[in-house]
Design a protein around this ligand. Structure first.
Ligand code: PYC
Length: 328
């Protein structure tokens, strides 16, 4: 499989790199075939030279790669595998919007409501007349509420563990829970990054796992704050597994948050939710409640194409695999 063509976009500030076949279209293997090719002993491992496409010096460290391939089921438009510089993601909301925008850009015949296969389930992307894309995410649900994680510097962070296509530990400072603790504004990115890293470290030290999806790996932290802009309901800061923070409002993170708001009776089905990101961009959302109590979030946002081209793999490049390896 030769990875050659790429299109870069950003979705509300967060970068996506869509990887395409040498002819500029979808890869001709399906997602199940790709997963089988890249799995060893049941564990999915993205090859290092592919992980390296999502990080310095080839890309901004926050980049999520989206490899677009042919669908495995009738009625679906395509399959996609997402990863960042450290590991594969389950779903990725901002990159789903980036993928839809990219498919339009390359002239792919994207249905007005297109089904896209991800490794954690199907999502449906709708093209809106105002240029935005909205997607119905995978079913999102709460695994545990009010779980306390001990922080190395002292104290605890209390949060909910919820699934929105990735597993999140959610700590709320938005002041929205009736009778709950007062809210506060987001501090600097550096301060919230250190706080979120301390929480993720606490999650790992405690050996905390969630439900069966994606092996129960809790690898994202979502901090929820009071909004800074008019019209937004809350602002978030999301720590991703590669140590970067999401510049978009995080589609999977907001889905997990909607699941906890719904489970706590704090947001009714169909009620609008405007989610502000760490940099001030927004997604507009609502959710439906499913028969088993999980929720199906619908999330809308904008994506912009910023570059397209061909990748070059130089066998003598010490940074070819992401690290730095001088020939010995
Ligand atoms: O939008 O779901 C998302 C996402 C996950 C990691 C970065 N963005």
């Amino acid at each position: 499989m030769k990875i050659e063509r790429f299109v870069d976009s950003h979705t509300e500030g967060e970068p996506t790199r869509v990887l395409l076949a040498p002819d500029g279209g979808l890869f001709q293997l399906s997602l199940p075939e790709l997963l089988a090719r890249w799995s060893r002993g049941g564990a999915l491992a993205v090859p290092p030279e592919c992980l390296a496409l999502a990080a310095n010096p080839r890309a901004a460290d926050a980049t999520v790669c989206a490899l677009a391939c042919r669908p495995s089921k009738a009625g679906a438009s395509c399959g996609v595998l997402f990863w960042n510089a450290s590991a594969p993601l389950g779903m990725c909301g901002h990159a789903t919007i980036g993928l839809a925008r990219t498919l339009r850009h390359i002239g792919f015949d994207l249905a007005a409501r297109a089904t896209i296969e991800t490794r954690v389930g199907e999502v449906v992307v709708e093209s809106r007349d105002d240029g935005r894309f909205a997607f119905d995410n995978v079913a999102s649900r709460v695994h545990a509420r009010d779980f306390e994680v001990v922080l190395a510097q002292g104290g605890v962070a209390r949060g909910d563990i919820a699934w929105g296509g990735n597993w999140f530990f959610i700590v709320r400072h938005d002041g929205l829970s009736p009778g709950g603790k007062a809210g506060r504004a987001m501090r600097s990115h550096a301060e919230e990054l250190a706080y979120a890293e301390a929480i993720l470290e606490g999650v790992r030290r405690a050996g905390l796992r969630a439900g069966p999806e994606n092996g129960g790996l809790i690898d994202h932290v979502l901090l929820s704050f009071m909004p800074s802009r008019a019209g937004a309901c809350a602002r978030n800061f999301v720590l991703c597994p590669n140590g970067t923070f999401d510049r978009s409002p995080c589609g999977t993170g907001t889905s997990a948050l909607l699941a906890t708001l719904a489970a706590r009776g704090e947001l009714a089905a169909g009620a609008p939710w405007v989610q502000e990101s760490a940099i001030g961009s927004v997604f507009e959302e609502h959710h439906a409640v499913l028969a088993d109590g999980a929720v199906r979030p619908t999330i809308a946002g904008r994506a912009f194409i910023v570059a397209e081209g061909s990748l070059v793999f130089d066998a003598t490049d010490p940074a070819r695999d992401g690290g730095w390896r001088e020939p010995r």
